[in-house]
Design a protein around this ligand. Structure first.
Ligand code: PLP
Length: 378
């Protein structure tokens, strides 16, 4: 099987699986238990937190383990509006955020908040000036993702933080860095983020695992109340196998970050050159600033049909985010593309395990798709 859907999820790294396995079968204590196995588990969680913090470039005490990126995004949005509750009810976000940010925003609209959804240009980028224009006295949160999961577009989060400071705005800045972590160089400080979301399964860790960065100095509110884990902010027995795998994947990813970034940029450029040269009618909609994601379209050929055609030939890629489950993508919808281009969208996402030979196979299969799907009259 050839897999070009790494933005949806990627293979668990063997070292991450091993770390999880060791914690499940040997160091399986509950970190809250007072006996030796419990203490060992607690130490391991803190060691893993330090590893993740080092890979991200923050203090360990600023990281809170969560059950997924979705949880981190939901928590960040709710926390920011809670902290800003006495200052206002305005939120700025973008129309191309993940549903994990958009849905809590929609819920807040029903509770009387006003939300500005900034629209991107045709490549999926949202300019920082748009945030400046939308900013109000009563803005309590700006939530802008770092890398878009369907286009690979990099959003100007650092610029937005500078303009918020320049305007002396008290709005908190959240960034969903789920697709950016280890793919583009940044630290929460370099971005000026107050809140930042990570997910483990995009970097070779386990699904159902993530973390939220909460800048030190922010007075955070508990997400889950109970036994008081995660400094009382997110109760629940720590998922020690997931945490161990997340830390192992982050450590390896950080060690090889520059090498991986260079390889992915090169492979993506090779693939796009090939597709442009070989596949009749193919349009490159977004080359993606991030090294691992790009979006192309076969106008007039429904993406679902092409995805199935490729899958039957052993190639996995998506028509967009896996979260849409076949519904039209709100990201491509916001980009002012023609209907034919929108209906034919395909997202190609890479990992360092992909090769040029696999890209060759993709170009051949897409060329065949243009011939055979036309011949079939679809
Ligand atoms: N944010 C972005 C940009 C994503 O791509 C995803 C996953 O697809 C998420 C958030 C949600 O992460 P998780 O699957 O861990 O809930």
């Amino acid at each position: 099987m050839i897999y070009f859907d790494h933005a949806a999820t990627t293979r668990v790294l063997p070292e991450a699986a091993q770390a999880a396995c060791q914690v499940m079968t040997e160091d399986y204590g509950n970190p809250s238990s007072l006996h030796a196995l419990g203490k060992q588990a607690a130490q391991r969680v803190e060691e893993d937190r330090r590893t993740l913090a080092q890979a991200l470039g923050c203090q360990p005490g600023e990281l809170y383990f969560t059950s997924c990126g979705t949880e981190g995004d939901n928590w960040a949005v709710r926390l920011a509006v809670h902290l800003g509750r006495h200052r206002g009810k305005h939120i700025i976000t973008t129309a191309v955020e993940h549903a994990a940010v958009l849905e809590p925003c929609k819920e807040l609209e029903q509770q009387g908040y006003s939300v500005t959804y900034l629209t991107p240009d045709r490549t999926g980028r949202v300019p920082a000036e748009a945030v400046e224009e939308a900013l109000r006295e009563d803005t309590v949160l700006v939530s802008m993702m770092l890398v878009n999961n369907e286009t690979g577009a990099l959003q100007p989060v650092g610029e937005v933080s500078r303009l918020l400071r320049g305007r002396r705005s008290a709005a908190l800045l959240h960034t969903d860095a789920v697709q950016g972590f280890l793919k583009v160089p940044f630290t929460p400080k370099s971005l000026g983020a107050d809140l930042l979301t990570l997910s483990a399964h995009k970097i070779g860790g386990l699904k159902g695992s993530g973390a939220l960065y909460i800048r030190s100095g922010l007075r955070a509110e508990p997400l889950l109340r109970g036994g008081g884990q995660e400094k009382g902010l997110r109760s629940g027995t720590e998922p020690t196998p997931q945490i161990a795998a997340f830390a192992a994947a982050a450590r390896l990813g950080a060690q090889r970050q520059s090498e991986h970034i260079a390889y992915l940029h090169d492979l993506k450029a090779y693939t796009l050159d090939l597709l442009r040269a070989q596949v009749p009618g193919l349009t490159v909609v977004s080359e993606g600033d991030a090294p691992h994601i790009c979006a192309v379209s076969l106008p007039g050929r429904p993406s679902q049909v092409v995805v199935r055609f490729l899958s039957d030939r052993g190639i996995c890629l998506s028509a967009g985010s896996a979260c849409h489950r076949g519904k039209a993508s709100h990201v491509y919808g916001a980009m002012n593309l023609s209907k034919a281009v929108r209906d034919g969208m395909l997202r190609i996402s890479f990992a360092p395990s992909n090769t040029r030979e696999e890209a060759d196979a993709l170009a051949q299969a897409l060329t065949a798709a243009t011939r055979e799907l036309v011949a079939a009259g679809r």
